[in-house]
Design a binder for this molecule. Structure first.
Ligand code: SAM
Length: 221
């Protein structure tokens, strides 16, 4: 199953940026900027962008951390997507961006490695198991006080786009994912404290974040 998903994303990597540009007419660049600005990351920070795809968030994060020799790990399980990221890094002559192939459910980093973990438009596409394990892994690799930020689409208003959004949840996720998409705060609260939720300037995406506090044992009573 994992292999079929990876194959799908490898194939998709050839069209991904074109489709996003067509669909959003640069609104996606503004969205990814909003995510990076909201993250509070700055010079010298160590950032992990999971499910990085073609690296749109990772490349912006690299600009925010480059003074002070910060680092950004751009992680994805699709080699096709990572090749696109690596090509952009070379074209822009950016330092400090490291593409890594791995699954979110098993992150190849020691505990407490990162100041911030980001994820743009991918949490709804993970299997419930990958998301569950992934959230535990994100918490593990964050430093104490570090933040996890995830951005996702709001339910679209236009009927056809709403239909496509629902198809995405149905085909990529599971019943548990649809529950997660309705309200992410409960599941995030099992791993992180200080859960915050806001709307992007366009109102079409939502941004959620949570903080790792060592000793926090979740919102389960
Ligand atoms: C919709 S794309 C989002 C890409 C990018 N974050 C963006 O905002 O454009 C979802 C990405 O998640 C990756 N992905 C899906 N499941 C994954 C997993 N279990 N581990 C790592 N990456 C995964 C896919 O390969 C794909 O690149």
């Amino acid at each position: 199953m994992g292999r079929i998903r990876r194959f799908y994303y490898d194939l998709f990597s050839h069209f991904y940026d074109g489709i996003i540009d067509l669909h959003s007419r640069d609104k996606s660049a503004a969205l990814r900027d909003y995510l990076v600005r909201s993250s509070g990351i700055g010079p010298g920070d160590c950032v992990l962008d999971i499910c990085t795809g073609t690296g749109s968030v990772a490349l912006r994060a690299a600009l925010a951390v480059r003074e002070g020799r910060g680092k950004v790990v751009a992680l994805d399980f699709s080699l096709g997507m990572l090749r696109k990221t690596a090509k952009k890094v070379r074209q822009r002559d950016l330092e400090g961006v490291f593409p890594v192939q791995a699954d979110v459910s098993d992150l190849p980093f020691p505990d407490g490695s990162f100041d911030c973990v980001t994820c743009s438009h991918a949490m709804y596409e993970l299997t419930a198991m990958a998301r569950e394990k992934g959230l535990g892994e994100i918490r593990r690799v964050l430093k104490d006080g570090g933040r996890f930020l995830m951005m996702e689409h709001e339910v679209p208003e236009r009927p056809f786009i709403r239909f496509l959004y629902k198809v995405r949840l149905l085909t990529m996720g599971s019943g548990q994912n649809r529950e997660f998409a309705k309200d992410e705060t409960a599941e995030l609260g099992e791993h992180f404290s200080d859960i915050r939720k806001s709307s992007s300037p366009t109102g079409r995406s939502r941004l959620l974040s949570g903080k790792k506090i060592v000793g926090y044992s979740g919102n389960v009573p």
